[in-house]
Design a protein around this ligand. Sequence first.
Ligand SMILES: [Fe+2]
Length: 365
Amino acid sequence: MEGFRYFMPADTFFGRGCIEAHKDAMKPLGKRAMIVTGRNSAKKNGAQKDITDALDALGITWVLFDKIGENPDLETVVRAAAFAQKEDIDFFIGIGGGSPMDASKAISVLTANPQKGEEALFDGASAALPVVAVPTTAGTGSEVTQFSIITLHEKRTKTSIAPKIFATVSYLDPKYMDTLSPQVTNNTAVDALTHLIESYLSASANVISRKIAEIGLSIFKDCMPALKSGEYTSDIRDYLMLASAIGGVAIAQTGTSLPHGLGYFLTYEKHLPHGMANGVLTQAYLEEFPAGDIHVAKILEILGMADTAALGTFLREVLDHTETYTEEDIAYYTERAMEVPQKLATFPYPLTKKEIQRIYEKSLL
Ligand SMILES: [Fe+2]
């Protein structure tokens, strides 16, 4: 067996009502917090109030930055960090989908390193202030990963910041998803599925990360009928959040792979939701593995799928993908994907431009 390292330091609480029950975990993080979130959803689903009630009870003062949109850009996190520095913030609380949680990590790095400016995000040695993560969708896994993805308009794509920032504390309460629309539920659930699949198949997978991904895939399988029907019981919400967190734990060990690396351009250029972008590329990605690959076969077996085509059919059923593409689009995405060799290296077999182009063509034309 090959050697490996396993590191997942986020202190993670799972369960309905977990913020109130375990608010003391935030006590050692400081006296003043910044809540980082979007405009509406954390207010509607109750997560923001649960956090502010907990902070008030603990005597921690707080300010609110609720201007994080989907796929937060460098300009937004720089603006938030300037606000945080002025407010003398000790720690950050990201509430929402991947966007606010990722943004809070980047803002934390910028706030801790005023002398470096934006460069702090591209220097792996940059320190950060503590981050608390409260996911309100089940997909990103950011609450248990070291990743923070931000949009760089200058490069017309999304990229991971260099510092690896795990949340110090994560609160996973599935009740915040009870009001989530079927569309967002399914797009984010497919993000979680692709984390599990890409982690399992990554060249960096190890014995533990694969076993973890297998657990996540089997939980995901039980949620598949609900994704198709659009009817989600509270048990299904719990299991979706669990599958998402397990997907995060798996990619924290391995990173993501081709659907993520190739999907960023669809999100930037065509505004496809992140999970949908990964999902539309997944069947063709799996078909680039040699026929009979044991790991692809294991994924299909756990998901109860006869073949990659059946999985593709499922993904088309649960995603509302209506975007159209030209051959010029594909040529452009292929060129851009070739600029990210570290992502291509996660594929465990030789990979050239031809295969990348084929994945885009089969998926999009
Ligand atoms: Fe993702």
